[in-house]
Design a protein around this ligand. Structure first.
Ligand SMILES: Cc1ncc(COP(=O)(O)O)c(C=O)c1O
Length: 368
């Protein structure tokens, strides 16, 4: 294969200068996704694989599909199924390749240079990155001592900045803290602009959801994913919901044809399996409680309360050392100490009972 001419370093620097400064200043998202360890507890995924009938639905879709034809632009069947399930108009739902893929659509719709966007911190880092890439201004809200956020502080930030958009994750990643429904209701009512509620982990908590709130409050947008409790992180499906007239506007900057037919079929089949998802969520919630109780018995280990399938913890070891020692023992967890508020902390996802035992045993050895 011919190799490209070797350009001079000066030529490359000149070319790099043509890329927008907001982009150059970002760090590319890189995460090691190797599935090579006895306990993979680093990405808040579901530890459960595809049920056999859903694997079959995927194989059938693969066989039947006209691969030379474009898939549905929306995708219509999945949007219809979500609309029925959630009792919300189809026109108020956008499906994307994971909720990640919908965040630039939100950025394109709301964020111009200088636009303030309220973001409690620490929170799922992609939102901050999108705001910065579009030249917006992050209006951060500091956490309380337990890493939860005060709704009053978020409301104050919304009013001071007159932000057209505030984003909250409930439960939040990486902390696992969640806002009460009452707090979400108050924030939505008080917001001068939109309140986007990311409910990636909503299945792990009980009670009314942001979708319920959206029914009475038109400035609420809800982002959800098939990647967590539904166990389809590798399939890439997520959705954004809002008042149909608002969503009609958000359809304009989104890219068409994002969902392939196989992913759509898998998503459709999984939407039928509420029973299975509830069962799995109950196991994982129970495992989280057990794991934290076992960790509380270990000297020098501290964990924080969480409403999701992960929690943060710290030990006497520095995070990088802890992670590498656990990796040697076959356990992957996540270093979250790069968040300025979380220096010294790491995050562990809740796995299957056997994985959690591997994790606890490994941690005992590493700390002894
Ligand atoms: C709060 C939150 N939102 C969204 C996502 C990403 O979801 P998806 O896989 O649908 O892109 C994550 C994944 O970690 C998350 O924690």
């Amino acid at each position: 294969m011919p190799s490209p001419a070797t350009p001079t370093a000066d030529r490359i620097s000149d070319l790099i200068e043509l890329i927008r400064p907001e982009v150059r200043e970002e760090k590319a998202y890189r995460v090691d996704t190797a599935v090579d360890r006895a306990a993979k507890l680093d990405q808040n995924e579901s530890p459960y694989g595809l049920p056999p009938e859903i694997e079959q639905a995927a194989q059938e879709a693969l066989r039947m599909t006209d691969w030379n034809r474009y898939p549905s632009d929306r995708p219509h069947r999945l949007v219809t199924a979500l609309a029925e399930k959630l009792d919300w108009p189809e026109e108020g739902i956008i499906v994307g390749r994971g909720s990640n893929e919908l965040t630039p659509t939100v950025g394109l719709a709301f964020v111009q240079p200088g636009t303030p966007v309220v973001l409690p911190s620490p929170m799922f880092a992609l939102y901050g990155s999108i705001v910065r890439v579009f030249g917006g201004r992050e209006v951060k809200v500091a956490p309380e001592a337990d890493f939860s956020h005060s709704a009053d502080a978020v409301i104050a930030a919304m009013h001071e900045s007159k932000a057209p958009l505030a984003v909250v994750c409930s439960p939040n990643n990486p902390t696992g803290a969640n806002f009460s429904h009452e707090d979400l209701t108050r924030m939505a009512a008080a917001a001068p602009g939109f309140l986007l509620i990311d409910e990636a982990y909503f299945e792990f908590i009980e009670g009314p959801t942001a979708v319920d709130l959206m029914r009475t409050t038109p400035n609420v947008l809800v982002m959800r994913t098939f990647s967590k409790a539904m166990g389809l992180a590798g399939v890439r499906l997520g959705y954004l919901m809002g008042h149909p007239t608002i969503i009609e506007e958000l359809q304009k900057p989104r890219l068409p044809f994002l969902i392939d037919r196989v992913s759509e079929s898998i998503g459709l089949a999984m939407l039928e399996r509420d029973d299975l998802i509830r069962e799995r969520v109950a196991v994982l919630n129970g495992e989280r409680v057990k794991l934290r109780a076992a960790l509380a018995e270990m000297e020098g280990v501290e964990t924080m309360d969480s409403s999701a399938n992960f929690f943060i913890m710290r030990t006497p070891l520095p995070p990088a050392k802890l992670l590498s020692s656990l990796l040697d023992e076959g356990v992957r967890i996540r270093n979250v100490s790069g968040y300025p508020e979380l220096a010294g902390w790491v995050r562990a996802s809740v796995g299957l009972p056997a994985e959690n035992r591997v994790f606890l045993d490994a941690l005992k050895r590493v700390l002894s």
